[in-house]
Design a protein around this ligand. Structure first.
Ligand code: AMP
Ligand code: MG
Length: 334
């Protein structure tokens, strides 16, 4: 049905549109990106307008290879080389001091740019056939769920787009890890599907300050690390399944919501069990599958008209860091 309202385009057509200053959504291995020519400030302005994205939230610039990344930055420290060797092409963004040719609008006025080499074959083909760096945040309205399927993009951005390259569901389903290499010590700004332990093996010391902002509503640690983000339309409530008092309270809340005709979804890891309109249990051993499916499940519950989604907190440990991060931000009330 989305094919009727948004144009599915070939990679060749997408490349033409991008060269002409257009906006094209395309698949990466993480989520769908909303791309524009990163060197064209007017095209990039359309990204912010289409998403309703605050101008203080910088964009990641996608490039075909390490050489293209190095052309956009002033310094290339040994840690960048090691990380690129190990993880590019792949779901990792490196933040480095920018060359003047990168327009200020891309970096939200910062002196540093986030660069990434995606591995998705269609993203690679698009980058190679345009020969351009492509600025691409996730292809959704600001603060909403990221799209992992073309129909998610169409529903969120519809007519604001010139076309979508259809690559089916994305392989990883969570946004890239972002590492800031501009300071004295590398810093993880956003966890992603590459886990912290693996990143540290390659990078050496890597600071991660946790979800301080999301918990306390403090000033932003880094641009774009907004409190409410990645959020479904329904209210998302995270549940500590090992807290019997909370479990009891949640059961009552959900019963009374349903008695008043509200629709309730329940997503768990095997412990949380509620009488709900929709229930799904994720495997607590398998962060990869949960990462791949999480947004699609939340999109589906939104589409079905869920009012409240109760979700069991994911397990502890670094392998679940990115999922905990997204859920924490998604559960901040709008
Ligand atoms: P999105 O593309 O919507 O997944 O968001 C990209 C995120 O990458 C931003 O929200 C920032 O957290 C981070 N990022 C991108 N560029 C920079 C930059 N120049 N400095 C710091 N963080 C950045
Ligand atoms: Mg985003």
């Amino acid at each position: 049905m989305y094919r009727g309202c948004v144009k599915i385009v070939s990679v060749q057509r997408a490349a033409e549109l991008l060269r002409a200053g257009g906006l094209v959504a395309f698949p990466t291995e993480t989520v769908y990106g909303l791309g524009a020519n990163a060197l064209d400030p007017l095209a990039v302005r359309r990204i912010f307008a289409a998403k309703g994205r605050p101008p203080t939230n910088p964009l990641i610039v996608h490039v075909a290879d390490v050489a293209a990344a190095r052309a956009l930055v002033r310094v290339w420290p040994p840690a960048a080389q090691r990380l690129a060797d190990a993880f590019w092409p792949g779901p990792l963004t490196l933040v480095l001091p920018k060359q003047p040719q990168v327009p200020d609008i891309v970096t939200a006025g910062l002196d540093a740019v986030g660069v990434r080499v995606p591995s998705h074959p269609l993203a690679q083909e698009l980058l190679r056939s345009t020969g351009l760096p492509i600025a691409a945040p996730s292809a959704n309205r600001s603060t909403e769920l990221s799209p992992t399927r073309p129909e998610h993009v169409a529903r969120s951005l519809g007519s604001a787009l010139d076309g979508i390259v259809d690559g089916g569901p994305t392989a990883l389903g969570l946004e890239s890890a972002v590492i800031d290499l501009t300071g004295a010590e590398p810093r993880l700004l956003r966890p992603g599907s590459l886990d912290l332990d693996r990143l540290r093996e390659v990078c050496g010391p890597l600071r991660w300050e946790g979800n301080v902002i999301a918990r306390k509503g403090e000033a932003q640690l880094a641009p774009g690390m907004m409190e409410r983000h990645y959020a479904p339309r329904a209210q998302l409530v995270l549940v500590d399944a090992d807290d019997p008092a909370q479990l009891e309270a949640i059961k009552k809340d959900s019963q009374s919501l349903r008695a008043r005709g509200r629709k309730v979804g329940c997503l768990g890891f095997g412990v949380l069990q509620l009488k709900a309109d929709w229930t799904h249990a994720f495997d607590p051993q398998d962060p990869e599958t949960v990462g791949r499916e999480l947004y699609a499940r939340l999109h589906e519950l939104d589409e079905r008209g869920a009012d409240v989604i109760y979700m069991e907190r994911p397990p502890a440990g670094n392998r679940w860091l990115a999922i905990r991060d997204r859920l924490q931000r998604a559960s901040v009330k709008g």
